[in-house]
Design a protein around this ligand. Structure first.
Ligand code: RB5
Length: 148
């Protein structure tokens, strides 16, 4: 099966972990594009998260990984985009359910609250879990305010 194309993004608080996750994804042969930020310098996460989310909304990339301090800001930003279902994932089981039940296409990580090994587990689970469909499809179809 063809590997998914992954869009990755962070602010300064997620910059270190983003680098580690990117290395992991490349080792696993995913195609990855880094939407920034590109240093530990303090930045505003929406300036980067919007670009990543747009690439998911248009279908250019299949899935997104985003990291800020709490995961919340970057998660909220991504969810403003049509067709994006971004889920805050802080452990493997939340990540699995975000895919299986919510068909999430962006995984938002709280970089200041998880370890590197927890981050790998969350990302691996997210990318390898399928959507269960059925009653969950009916539910996610009711999420958008206007038709997607
Ligand atoms: C940056 O200090 C921090 O506010 C940001 O990374 C994030 O946690 C916001 O939701």
């Amino acid at each position: 099966m063809k590997k998914k194309k992954i869009a990755i993004v962070s602010d300064h608080a997620g910059f270190y972990l983003k680098g580690r996750i990117q290395d992991y994804l490349k080792k696993e042969k995913y195609e990855v594009r880094d939407f920034g930020s590109y240093s530990f310098e303090s930045v505003d996460y929406p300036d980067y998260a919007h670009k990543m989310a747009e690439s998911i909304s248009t279908g250019e990339y299949d899935m997104g990984i985003s990291i800020c301090g709490t995961g919340n800001g970057i998660n909220m930003t991504a969810n403003k985009h049509r067709g994006v279902r971004s889920a805050l994932c802080w452990n493997g089981e939340i990540s699995r359910l975000a895919r299986a039940h919510n068909d999430a296409n962006v995984c938002a990580l709280p970089g200041r609250f998880i370890s590197e090994s927890e981050a790998y587990l969350i990302v691996k689970t997210f990318l390898e879990t399928g959507f269960e469909g059925g009653r969950h499809k009916r539910r996610i179809d009711k999420i958008p305010i206007k038709a997607d």
